[in-house]
Ligand binder design. Structure first.
Ligand code: CP
Ligand code: NVA
Length: 309
């Protein structure tokens, strides 16, 4: 039975902890995994631009002994030339997995249904699961006991936030989500995250008040305008200026570190000096994208691989 990674909604605490452990193992000894994807080919299908996801998958797959084919659909919807389900079925004739960055989550569901190989979500309108693995890998490198960690996400309620919530509470973290009114996270995902928190010991707080971040060790933000959103910056700035992360907020909350999935916009959602300063974990997160994704690939495609000594 193939396993897809569309959202992590159906991954429990143990599965997520094992994935983080595998990511740490591969990161610590990458040479032992040089043949994990030996002879496997993976298609990366991107409807939107990418720096980190595209390059970290390509280089990561190479380091595992596999091969990636990048399909540039950046200026076209996937279904422009043929139906998504025909595309999925065709790609599965040659590829061992499909990594896809798409506008609509339903496109991933169609790909997963029609392709007989695993489909991995490289970002859609609702989720960014690969990002969340890198985020908690990074956080756990500073705080090994995630059940003692409070992460405050501040800014636009979006795909990155949803994955941060769903994965974080399952790992035992307290996740605090602070957005301006009108830019909240999806209500259905809040409900699901609450259920997962009750099951696995984490906690979710939703607020519009920046004071809710006081006491968090880690602050996290993302762009105020996601790909595909054409709202003018001036309009967004009016609403979001009070939700910027800067040195004053770090001091007020007592936070140790700041995270950002990037691309970051200096002096909009985060101050430039904070990005470049010693509280920034942005580059560690970026590096961990590859280690986290490599763990996902090994888990989905080569679970029985025996690492070399
Ligand atoms: N964080 C992230 O997914 O970056 P890219 O859009 O550059 O892939
Ligand atoms: N929320 C952002 C994340 C980019 C990695 C977007 O969807 O554009």
């Amino acid at each position: 039975m193939k396993q897809d990674l569309l959202s992590f909604k159906d991954w429990d605490k143990t599965q997520l902890e094992q994935l983080l452990t595998l990511a740490k193992t591969i990161k610590a000894n990458p040479k032992a995994y040089r043949k994990a994807l030996d002879g496997l080919s993976i298609v990366a299908l991107f409807e939107k631009p990418s720096l980190r996801t595209r390059v970290s998958f390509d280089i990561g797959i190479h380091k595992l002994g596999g091969h990636m084919v990048y399909l540039d659909s950046q200026s076209n919807k996937l279904a422009g030339r043929e139906d998504v389900k025909d595309m999925g079925a065709n790609l599965a004739c040659w590829a061992d997995a499909i990594v896809a960055r798409v506008f609509a989550h339903s496109t991933l569901e169609e790909l997963a249904e029609s392709a007989k190989v695993p489909v991995i979500n490289a970002l859609c309108d609702m989720y960014h699961p690969c990002q969340a693995v890198a985020d908690y890998l990074t956080i756990s490198e500073h705080y090994p006991d995630l059940s003692k960690v409070k992460v405050a996400y501040i800014g636009d309620g979006n795909n990155v936030t949803h994955s941060l919530m769903l994965v974080g509470v399952a790992l035992g973290c307290e996740v605090i989500v602070i957005t301006p009114a009108g830019y909240e996270v999806d209500a259905g995902i809040v409900e699901l995250t609450q259920q997962r928190a009750a099951l696995y010991g984490g906690k979710l707080t939703i607020s519009t008040d920046m004071d809710a971040a006081i006491g968090a060790q880690v602050l996290y933000t993302d762009t105020w305008i996601s790909m595909g959103d054409n709202t003018p910056l001036a309009e967004i700035k009016e609403v979001f200026d009070a939700y910027k992360i800067d040195e004053a907020l770090m001091a007020r909350t007592g936070a140790d570190y700041v995270l950002h999935c990037q691309p970051a916009h200096r002096d909009l959602e985060i101050s430039g000096s904070l990005i470049d300063g010693d509280k920034s974990l942005l580059m560690q997160q970026a590096e961990n994208r590859m280690h986290g994704q490599n763990a996902i690939l090994v888990q989905l495609l080569a679970a029985n691989f025996k690492p070399a000594n």
